[in-house]
Design a protein around this ligand. Structure first.
Ligand code: BGC
Length: 410
């Protein structure tokens, strides 16, 4: 008996990228400024994808992909508040046409982490009017690109953006909240008090920003629908799967963590998404003694646990598009296994009643991994940053084979 695991007709298969991480030459953002100040690695020309998108899409096509997720750069499109740059829009129109010519269905992310300087320097998502400004930008993008694209994601990974920017303090605007800082208040002295106060403030800023991001998405959703009622709009949610061993305290911990990380944002945006974009990278089990194999990011190698991420989203009763999942694996020794297992788990989620519409691997090629620079290699395609040469990794052909079969055939 054949043991094939086929996906629905019209399933999207492809890979993703994001403008700042691949395009190169973007200098008017909060990240570029942070790099000039030596706080994060310089991105520079990155993969020079801005000039090489056509040949890069040739490669995606040669690997059998039928879809591609990418982001447009806010700082290019709106370099000055309220003034939209036609040349930038023209560029992205060419990108969209190049995708269509190669049979790649475009999925656009309107904002993927980097902010135009005018916005970040005036408070970014701490601004009360951020939802209005964000919705204005989103509706412009859809007005000008909506004839060439139907799938729009407003925000990439609000939970990651908020926690790295305001709690961990590792990304712009580098605000850090630490319980140890609060403990400092028990030590006497102004310096300790100041540290604790600052930390507290960052925490409340984070609470505000998370709420403001949800309001921004909701405002953008409504604005986009006015411009293009048939657009399929979502935001892309980073879901961490928190589980626990038998211990009831660990179980409560996992429940609270899942609630805060994943469900609060889903509830705040209720009624404002047509599909759900899922990004999956992390699995963690409280009280677990198992020694997990690690990826190059030192994350647990747990592709099969993506099943639980789909299950967490099932209650929201919307189609799910897997918009990112993948691993850093410099020698490509584990990528094929990872992809195959994650696709198998995606198939199981469909059997369990989740309407999954696509599998988009992160990433098409190696790129700028934010505060970690260029060292981490997520690509199906390897980039030689000295020559900009592209080399297809063996795992990309395993993925190609799965796509050709529209699933797993044993
Ligand atoms: C982000 C990507 C990032 C990837 C790997 C996601 O959080 O959307 O920009 O490169 O994870 O860390």
């Amino acid at each position: 008996m054949s043991n094939s695991k086929k996906f629905p007709d019209g399933f999207y298969w492809g890979a993703a990228s994001a403008s700042y991480q691949v395009e190169g030459g973007i200098e008017n953002t909060d990240w570029a400024k942070a790099a000039r100040e030596g706080r994060v690695p310089v991105c520079g020309v990155a993969c020079d994808h801005y000039h090489r998108f056509e040949s890069d899409f040739d490669l995606a096509k040669s690997l059998g992909h039928n879809a591609h997720r990418f982001s447009v750069e806010w700082a290019r499109i709106e370099p000055i508040p309220g003034q939209f740059d036609e040349a930038a829009i023209l560029h992205y129109r060419q990108v969209l046409k190049a995708l269509h010519e190669r049979g790649l269905m475009p999925l656009i992310t309107i904002w993927h982490f980097t902010l135009p300087l005018w916005f970040s320097e005036s408070g970014g998502f701490e601004r009360k009017d951020a939802p209005v400004l964000f919705a204005r930008y989103c509706s412009f993008v859809v007005e000008r690109l909506g004839d060439l694209c139907t799938n729009f994601s407003t925000i990439n990974e609000p939970s990651v953006y908020g926690s790295n920017g305001w709690l961990r303090g590792s990304w712009p605007p580098f605000k850090r909240f630490a319980l140890t800082d609060l403990v400092a208040i028990t030590n006497s002295g102004r310096q300790h008090e100041a540290r604790a106060t600052k930390s507290f403030k960052h925490f409340f800023d984070w609470v505000f920003v998370m709420k403001n991001l949800a309001l921004s998405h909701n405002a953008a959703y409504r604005a986009i629908k006015k411009v293009k009622p048939d657009a399929e709009v979502n935001f892309v949610h980073h879901v961490i799967v928190f589980e626990a061993n038998w211990n009831p305290f660990n179980k409560i911990k996992a429940w609270v963590a899942n609630y805060l990380w994943t469900h609060v944002f889903m509830k705040r945006t209720a009624g404002h998404y047509d599909t759900i974009g899922l990004n999956y990278y992390f699995y963690t089990k409280f009280g677990d003694k198992r020694e997990w194999k690690k990826t190059d990011m030192n994350w647990n190698f747990a592709p099969e646990k993506i099943y639980e991420a789909y299950m967490m989203l099932k209650q929201y009763k919307k189609p799910v598009i897997l918009c990112e999942a993948g691993l850093a694996d410099h020698d490509d020794s584990d990528r094929a296994e990872y992809i195959t297992k994650q696709i198998e788990a995606t198939w199981r989620a469909i059997q369990s009643g989740v309407d999954v519409r696509g599998h988009i691997y992160w990433s098409l090629f190696d790129n700028y991994e934010w505060a970690l620079g260029f060292a981490k290699r997520f690509g199906l395609i390897e980039i030689d940053y000295t020559t900009q040469a592209r080399h297809i990794r063996p795992s990309a052909y395993v993925y190609k084979q799965i796509i050709a079969q529209n699933g797993l055939v044993e």
